[in-house]
Design a protein around this ligand. Sequence first.
Ligand SMILES: *Cc1c(COP(=O)(O)O)cnc(C)c1O
Length: 349
Amino acid sequence: MFFASDNGGPAHPNVMRALMRANDGYASAYGADPIMEEVRAQIREIFEAPQAAVYLVATGTAANALTLAALCNPWQTVFCTPMAHIQEDECNAPEFFTGGAKLTLVEAVAAKMTPDTLRRAIMAEETRGVHGPQRGPVSITQATEKGTVHSCAEIAALSAVAHEYGLKVHLDGARFANALVALDCTPAEMTWKAGVDAVCFGGTKNGLLGVEACVFFDPADAATFELRRKRGAHLFSKHRYLSAQMQAYLSGDLWLDMARSANARGQRLLRGLQQMPHVQVLFDPPANLLFFDAPRAVHARALNGGALYYVMGGDPHVGDPEEMLTGRLVADWSGDDQAVDDLLDLLRA
Ligand SMILES: *Cc1c(COP(=O)(O)O)cnc(C)c1O
């Protein structure tokens, strides 16, 4: 009953086999491997973006920080939500890799900025000439850190505000595939057709060992990326092993199948929780990540029964058994329905 995160799951066997195949003989290093050629073509095709610049890195933090650095000057500020991964979970890597740009937190509803809150935040960072932070890119997370998903129209509305002020739009897609299959739209519709300039296209949380792609729809935006990646110590010399993972991921729609599998279990959890009167599901989670409030005693029973997930707001084992605490459940591609049902039984009892 592992629901702590989708990066706790295994890599898909196809990915492991692809690594074994790639592990044969010699291949040019540093991204000049022939598999990377194929990956670039696959990503351009999937995104319907024949000009896109495509790079691989091994962590989502590197992807976000390096992509933002390419879009942002040190004297600028990045607009994002207070719960954005770049704000809460990257140990100031975006600030570090941009050379000191700051983050401006935009009021969010269910972890989404609205065109109004974004516009207000941009306006509030008014031009103070040389004295103040200069306005920089807008960063949207899809799916969000709270398990919600922006519709393509919502992304387009945020992008329109950003572009009105001449600002670039970055999409943190650590759970890109989960959002995509929840929306049942195309990658192009969820990104450049909705005004996104660059996307961090996640793979690690959806069945890879550790690869994310940084995709710039206008290659001019990526002009400094390769230098930043090398300087930031994220250019892999044995790059073919990154390429091979991404190639397997995109072949035969494996990435979509894995996301559908994770989401199916996420939705099974959701349906089960919605039937429990002592439990309150937060937000509207259409993918594989959800939050719910339940009494401390319920969390304690589930955790003591062998479930693994995060509880926020207090120690699940110490304190008033009636106090409501928030649990976070994440389903990954490899889980099974039995584990979901076992967890639901513990929470229901
Ligand atoms: C997991 C995650 C990342 C990437 O995290 P790493 O641990 O650096 O791979 C980025 N953004 C979001 C929203 C995430 O959930």
